[in-house]
Design a protein around this ligand. Structure first.
Ligand code: ARG
Length: 457
């Protein structure tokens, strides 16, 4: 492509280090899409003839059919996907192919292709996340009143409902989708026409090309357009944050599936066995989702580090922008699909959750609140009184609600029989009716609202 300048060809290793076709072939659809829009504009502006533009368009269409059919053939001498398409076009239509690259450089071309690719990826991930949210909502509705222990420091804290717990992840995913949406809105400007770095003297119509490719507008600075990759970084940050959320849920599934917890049983389809221990049902998929989150974060850090020292405009370092983005995308897509399948088929053991919720004196705060409300005791004093009650229950080896009224009165005479109304875990969760609280009615209200406003049901 630049043979005129050189007497000798590149060294073999030069070719190898320079080539990106091994990974950027994934952008072939976007590359052809961008080239077709560019060629059509060149013809409309009278920069290339209508016949040449038509030959270019037909040729590109044929290349798309070939690639869709049998993949992109890799030739390291042709470096990247842009060169592959152009070389194949020359084979198909002859010298007219050489007119496609008028008023364009691979620098604005790759920036455009990559934005288109990331935009498509965002749309695909959004659909997958919506499907995951539907599963969470369905399971949360089933378990809107199922009581489980809520934890802080992984110590039994206060009883909550399983539906509320699952809906917490729904909210995280809702924000994840918002982050992808924001990134999409900012990336949706078209670099094409920025050429190598300075713009072009040809009378091109950047607005028309931008519109044809579904962008909101052309970018406003040619140097910025060919050299920034913040759209990819934002995508990676959204992927990393989303993967952290999936990883936390995966971690809980792993804990809950362990024998001491026994809160869930994974379906056969989402468990693996052991070659030596016949009793095993291992949560490998959840562990891999947890593991993948680390790799996705690594992708974000990799690209941030690549970008941080680059002077304007394009440097070849930027070719390394694609592997981390592709990797993060693939790992995240797989993780979302795995968590969707796993959560859809997991069996929740409500009996075990209830038992655990009752075992940890989780209604101690309810007793303190009762003393404040019904007996006018200052909260700090109530905290102290309840501490004594818990200590007694612990020595006796019983739940708080199993202490007799005489025992409770001996601790503080202001306690009366009505207190038993708040000591059960069911009464505790039912009482948490503040907005966003764990009461089954609150959970059901949020589910209904989420269905109407977020899921569009
Ligand atoms: N394969 C290159 C990349 O991904 C395309 C741009 C090449 N531009 C250049 N001036 N060498 O970054």
């Amino acid at each position: 492509m630049w043979g005129g300048r050189f007497a000798e060809g590149p060294a073999a290793v030069m070719r190898e280090i320079n080539a990106s076709i091994g990974f950027d072939k994934r952008m072939w659809r976007q590359d052809i899409q961008g080239s077709r829009a560019h060629a059509a504009m060149l013809a409309r502006q009278g920069i290339v003839s209508a016949e040449d533009a038509e030959a270019i368009d037909r040729g590109l269409e044929q290349i798309a059919a070939e690639y869709a059919d049998s993949g992109v053939p890799e030739d390291m001498r042709l470096e990247d996907i842009h060169m592959h398409v152009e070389a194949r076009l020359a084979e198909l239509i002859g010298p007219a192919a050489g007119r496609l690259h008028t008023a364009r450089s691979r620098n604005d071309q790759v920036a455009t292709d990559f934005r288109l690719w990331v935009r498509d990826a965002i749309d695909e991930i959004d659909t997958a996340l919506a499907a995951f949210q539907s599963v969470l909502i369905g399971r949360a509705e089933e378990h809107a009143a199922t009581v489980m222990p809520g934890f802080t420091h992984l110590q039994s804290a206060q009883p909550v409902t399983l539906g509320h717990h699952l809906m917490a992840y729904f909210e995280m995913v809702h924000r994840d989708r918002g982050r992808f949406e924001d990134a999409r809105a900012r990336l949706n400007e078209c670099p094409l026409g920025s050429a190598a770095l300075a713009g072009t003297g040809f009378d091109i119509d950047r607005f028309a090309v931008a519109e044809e490719l579904g962008f909101d507008r052309p970018t406003d600075n040619s140097l910025d357009a060919v050299s920034d990759r913040d759209f990819a970084l934002e995508f990676l940050f959204a992927c990393a944050t989303c993967s952290i959320h999936l990883s936390r849920l995966a971690e809980e599934v792993i804990l809950w599936a362990s024998q001491p917890f026994g809160f869930v049983q994974l379906s056969d389809a989402w468990s693996t066995g052991s070659s030596i221990m016949p009793q095993k049902r291992n949560p490998d998929a959840a562990e891999l989702v947890r593991g993948h989150a680390g790799r996705i974060q690594g992708c974000l850090v990799a690209l941030m580090t690549t970008m941080k020292g680059l002077p304007l405009a394009y440097s070849k370092d930027m070719q390394d922008d694609k592997p981390p983005v592709f990797e993060a995308h693939d790992l995240l897509a797989l993780s979302i699909a795995a968590m969707t399948g796993m959560m859809g088929s997991i069996a929740f053991r409500a009996d075990r959750m209830l038992q655990a919720a009752e075992a940890g004196f989780a209604t101690a705060t309810d007793l303190a609140d009762w003393l404040v409300r019904e007996a006018g005791v200052p909260f700090r004093e109530a905290h102290h009184i309840v501490g004594s009650a818990v200590r007694l229950a612990e020595t006796e080896g019983v739940a708080l609600e199993r202490l007799s009224i005489e025992q409770l009165k001996a601790i503080d005479p202001r306690i009366d029989n009505r207190v038993f109304g708040v000591l059960s875990v069911g009464a505790s969760v039912a009482s948490r009716t503040s907005h966003g609280g764990t009461a089954p009615d609150q959970v059901r209200a949020r589910i209904a609202e989420a269905r109407a406003t977020i899921m569009g049901d």
